[in-house]
Design a protein around this ligand. Structure first.
Ligand code: ZN
Ligand code: ZN
Length: 331
């Protein structure tokens, strides 16, 4: 098969012919129909995820058809359409796994990082960490649900039930979580890179009641803030915009250093926390919720071989919504 391979950090992915993967007993073999491009993939190729295997096939928002399976597979049948998220394997035995926090498993393995992912024509995945994909969604439309959606959803849940929710960085995760928040009767305040009027217009189209620059103060005091942009200075900015008792949640896997800030920004019971990975319970809950909102994803499709273009567009903020790679599409 062909795949876009990360052979070394800081270099473009390489279109490479590699052996077809073979499923182990609990794995399904998937023909990839679509794979979303996530900001974590940028951190991977930049060498900011230090324990990734190399070479590695990135991609942890895979939608595909089951075309083969190991002897222990019993949840899926040949022909089923499945989604493969970031959480690829957990031990089931550590203190985190046994307390409902498998997202923090001591020896978790992540798709497109420790396990080859979906920037490929074929992939294998442990069926116990895969999910059926609702028929309402096309292959490309479903792909961003699998990380942007799941992590965004977990980020929103951990932010509590406050009505006025700020979102810093209006990309793939934000455009999904904004729809969920609005459906829950909340108000969304969107913060983008200064001067990014197209991202601000996109945020308003996704239901934000206000959109402005990350350097602006919102017109109201926020009850909670979600930070999806990987910029540490947004943390004190978000705390400053958030009311007493409010929560600021960092949703990304990597962020630049957070500048020092006065304790007064945290005082009065403001909370600052991060979100790491996802649990399968998050995935079941969000994938059941999405079609009822209904969450509509906005995607920009690229052929698989153009993955470097998709990553560059994501890095430069040239995308509205989510980039999705389509293996069957010609360059
Ligand atoms: Zn991701
Ligand atoms: Zn564990």
């Amino acid at each position: 098969m062909f795949a876009m391979l990360c052979r070394r950090y800081g270099a473009p992915l390489e279109w490479s012919e590699v052996p077809d993967p073979r499923p182990e007993p609990h794995q399904i073999l998937i023909r990839v129909l679509a794979c979303g491009v996530c900001r974590t993939d940028l951190h991977l190729v930049d060498g900011e995820l230090p324990d990734a295997k190399l070479p590695v096939i990135p991609g942890h928002e895979t939608v595909g058809t089951v075309i083969g399976k190991g002897e222990a597979v019993d949840r899926f049948r040949l022909g089923d359409r499945v989604g493969v998220p970031w959480l690829g394997w957990t031990c089931g035995a550590c203190a985190f796994c046994t307390s409902g926090r498998e997202n923090l498993c001591d020896s978790a393995r992540f798709t497109g990082c420790h396990i080859d992912g979906g920037y490929a024509q074929l992939a294998v995945a442990d069926e116990r960490y895969c999910f059926p994909i609702a028929g309402e969604y096309s292959d490309a439309a479903a792909a961003p649900l699998l990380c942007a959606g799941l992590i965004g959803y977990r980020t929103l849940r951990l932010a509590g039930n406050g009505r006025r929710v700020g979102i810093y960085g209006f990309g793939a995760a934000a455009h999904i979580v904004a729809q969920v928040a609005v459906s829950e009767g909340r108000e969304v305040y969107a913060f983008t890179r200064p001067g990014d009027s197209s991202a601000q217009a996109f945020a308003r189209a996704m239901g934000a009641v206000w959109a402005g620059s990350s350097t602006d103060a919102p017109p109201v005091t926020l009850d909670a803030a979600l930070i999806f942009a990987p910029a540490g200075p947004l943390v004190p900015a978000a705390l400053r915009a958030t009311d007493k008792g409010g929560t600021v949640v960092c949703g990304g896997i990597h962020m630049t250093d957070i500048p020092s800030f006065p304790y007064a920004l945290l005082w009065e019971e403001r909370m600052l926390r991060s979100v790491a990975n996802l649990t399968r319970a998050d995935a079941r809950a969000f994938l059941a919720l999405a079609p009822t909102v209904p969450v509509k994803t906005h995607t920009v499709e690229y052929p698989l071989a153009a993955a470097n273009d998709a990553l560059a567009d994501l890095r430069e903020g040239r995308l509205s919504g989510a980039a999705v790679l389509i293996p069957e599409r010609e360059l």
